[in-house]
Structures are given as C-alpha cells and as structure tokens.
Design a protein around this ligand. Structure first.
Ligand SMILES: Nc1nc2c(ncn2[C@@H]2O[C@H](COP(=O)(O)OP(=O)(O)OP(=O)(O)O)[C@@H](O)[C@H]2O)c(=O)[nH]1
Ligand SMILES: [Mg+2]
Length: 380
C-alpha cells in the first residue's frame, strides 16, 4: 500500500492530484483545511491537505472504499476480513499502525494551531529562528514532506538530511576567485554598504593570493572620502608587500589598471555607500563601468537586518553584481539571511568571513556547513 500527502488550493484540485499520482482507486484517508502565510490571519491562503493511499496489489477493492473527509477510525477492519493472505494482513497491520501515528501527530499539531507533523514543526521553528523567510521556510518543508515517505516523517536523521540537501541546492555552488589558466587575469571590485568589511576582506584576499597562491597582486582604492580609508588599505598593502594605487577620478582608475595590466589579480576597494544615496551610486558607476572585464562582488553583512539587506541589494543591483560575499558570520547565529539572499538573487556566494584577523578569517563557503547552521543541527 502506497500512502501519500497532497497539498492543493481546493478539494477539486486535491482530488485531481490524488488521481494523477495514485489512480482512480485511491483511498482518501484524511482531509484538512489549513492556512498558510499571512499576518494575524490576513493575506494568507487556505490550502487543503489530503492524505491518500492506494493498494498496489488490489486497486479494485480500494475503489469501493473511498471515504469522505474527517477520517477518524482506520479502514482496516473490512480489508482484514477480505484479506485472507497472511502477508497482506501483516502489511495492512503495519499501515494501520503508521497511519495511526500520522493522524495522532496531525491531530496534535492541528489542536495547537500547528500545520506540520511533529519533527517538521520543530524544523519550522528553527528555520524561522535562523531568520529564514516565512514563505521560503514553508517551501523547504513542503518539499521535504513530499520527498520523504510518511514512514520517514518519524525519523529525524532522514528529515534533517533531506532538509540539508534542499538548503544546499538553494545555496548553489560556491564561486570563489578561480584562475582556470595560469595566464588568466582577474580584476575584482568590492562594493557594499558602509562598514560591512570591504577593506578587510580585500586585505585577506590580497594576502591569500599573493603569499599563499603566489599570484602577482595589486591593490587600488577609489575610496578617497576619508584619509583614514586610504591609509587603512595602504598599510595592508605595505605589510603584504603588493603595489597600491589611489584613484581620485575614473580616469586615474583606468590608468592604475593599465599600469598593472600584467598583474594576475587587481583588487579594487570602494567607499562604503549608503544604499539610500543615489548620487554616491552614480559616482560609483562612473568609476566602475568603464573597467574592462571587471567582476563586481557585493559585500553584505550577515548581521544586517533583512529589510536593510534588501534595500542595499536593490540599490547595488544597478551595478552588474557577479558574486556575493557575506561578512561577520562570527557575530550572528541567524544565518538564514544568507539563504534568503542567495535563493532570491541566484548569485553565487564567493566567500564568507568569520572575524577580523587578516588573512585567516575568510573561507570559501561550505554549503553543507551553512545548511547545518541554519538548521541548528549542532544545538540538537
Ligand atoms: N567580527 C567581524 N568583524 C569584521 C569582519 N570583517 C570586517 N570586520 C570588522 O568590521 C569593521 C569594518 O571593516 P572595514 O573593512 O573597514 O569595512 P568597510 O566595508 O571597508 O567600511 P567602509 O570602507 O567604511 O565602508 C572593522 O572593525 C573590521 O575589523 C568579520 O568577518 N567579522
Ligand atoms: Mg573600507
């Protein structure tokens, strides 16, 4: 016997889904209306949940037993009379136990206003505690419920593995700076809101590529608004022993790029822009747009409020953003914002940074590790 759960907008759609998946002989075991999303009961949408089963072996018998909603007692007794075969009786008894557990869980959750079987309720709470957006959290759980057989709904290991995979898929493959050929040249500018860690991240990357990867690196900055900003990167350039250029105009940036055209990697620092300041964005574009083969990385803080992140993303998207860097992962436990952003923008995550130490506190993101953090697996 095959048991499956279906979610639909109305009963007609649910029955069509059941019929398409399990055939016309499917047995409706349970139906329930529930509300998804919304605020204080508004703006959400009503959905129908149907649990249906079909007897693989003997679908004709099942056809006679389609039941209406509100299933409370299990339909095993009439089956059992008909099923003289001990194998079938055993199978029916197993299904009966399983369905009993499922219904118990669903009733338990419904009575306290929840919508998911027990373990999934917990997952939902954890995803929301990690600040995964409500709609995305529901979506991930629905996908997990559909991927898993109802028998697996009781198994936290399988549930968490499925959820981890679903999150990993959404985080996409990491996209660090990669030299495919030794002759390849990379020109990378980092942009982002004020104080997220752009300059520190550039220093980390410069040290890694120059010292560890033995690449020819140059640094340039167009952040000339504060003397301290120039000094900050200049100091790093001196420590790492790489050339450093300051560009006060777009033309000077072009000159700096031309001067270092043989370098493998040129990293360009920019001033922290208030995403709300349109004039600053226009200036930034004037510097970066003329640059040939420039890759722009948007740096975002994992500690930034989700609403402010969307605002920054909207403004910086005026530039052709290639990849993302998330900083300050060491200062938060709500890693869901990373998933929200990567999932919505469909941009690769190039690096994550985890502290102030140059160059140690930077990593190529490990999607499985981030997924575990979002699911709060370590805390279990
Ligand atoms: N905890 C923590 N602090 C970081 C991280 N990255 C950078 N910082 C700190 O954040 C502060 C700002 O870093 P900067 O690199 O100057 O930031 P910025 O984006 O260049 O700032 P502006 O140029 O002013 O826009 C510094 O104190 C850094 O040490 C990180 O991953 N974790
Ligand atoms: Mg800076």
């Amino acid at each position: 016997m095959k048991v499956r759960r279906f979610i639909a907008n109305d009963m007609q759609e649910a029955l069509l889904k059941v019929k398409a998946a399990l055939g016309k002989d499917a047995l409706i075991l349970h139906t329930r209306k529930f509300r998804e999303g919304g605020i204080f009961g508004f703006f959400g949408r009503d959905l129908i949940e149907v649990i249906a089963a079909v007897d693989d072996e003997d679908s004709n018998h099942a056809a006679e037993k389609i039941r209406p909603s509100g299933f409370t007692s299990l339909p095993a007794s009439s089956f059992q009379k008909e099923a003289a075969n001990p194998e079938i009786r055993k199978e029916i008894a197993e299904v009966k136990t399983l369905l009993g557990q499922m219904i118990e869980e669903l009733e338990f959750n419904t009575s306290r206003g929840g919508a998911y079987p027990k373990h999934f309720e917990r997952v939902y709470r954890d995803l929301r505690a990690s600040e995964v957006e409500e709609k995305l959290a529901h979506k991930i759980i629905h996908e997990a419920l559909q991927q898993l057989q109802p028998a697996q709904w009781q198994n936290p290991t399988e549930i968490y593995q499925t959820l981890e995979n679903l999150i990993v898929q959404r985080l996409h493959r990491p996209q660090p700076i990669l030299f495919r050929k030794t002759s390849e040249k990379k020109r990378i500018a980092v942009v982002g809101p004020t104080g997220v860690g752009k300059t520190t991240t550039i220093a980390k990357l410069a040290a890694i590529f120059s010292i560890l990867e033995k690449k020819e690196v140059a640094l340039a900055t167009v952040d000339t608004y504060r003397i301290a900003a120039v000094d900050q990167l200049k100091t790093y350039a001196e420590i790492i022993a790489v050339p450093f250029e300051v560009a006060y105009t777009p033309k000077e940036l072009q000159d700096a790029l031309a001067k270092h055209e043989n370098k493998d990697l040129i990293l360009i620092d920019t001033a922290g822009r208030s995403p709300l300041n349109e004039l600053q964005m226009t200036e930034l574009k004037a510097f970066l747009e003329p640059c040939n083969k420039l890759e722009i990385f948007l740096v975002l803080g994992a500690t930034t409020k989700q609403a402010d992140l969307w605002e920054a993303i909207m403004r910086f998207s005026q530039l052709p953003i290639k990849n993302l860097i998330f900083t300050k992962l060491d200062e938060t436990r709500t890693y869901g914002v990373i998933l929200n952003v990567v999932n919505r923008l469909r941009k690769g995550l190039a690096y994550v940074t985890t502290g102030q130490n140059v160059p140690d506190d930077i990593e190529v993101p490990d999607p499985a590790k981030i997924a575990k953090l979002i699911l709060r697996v370590e805390e279990k």
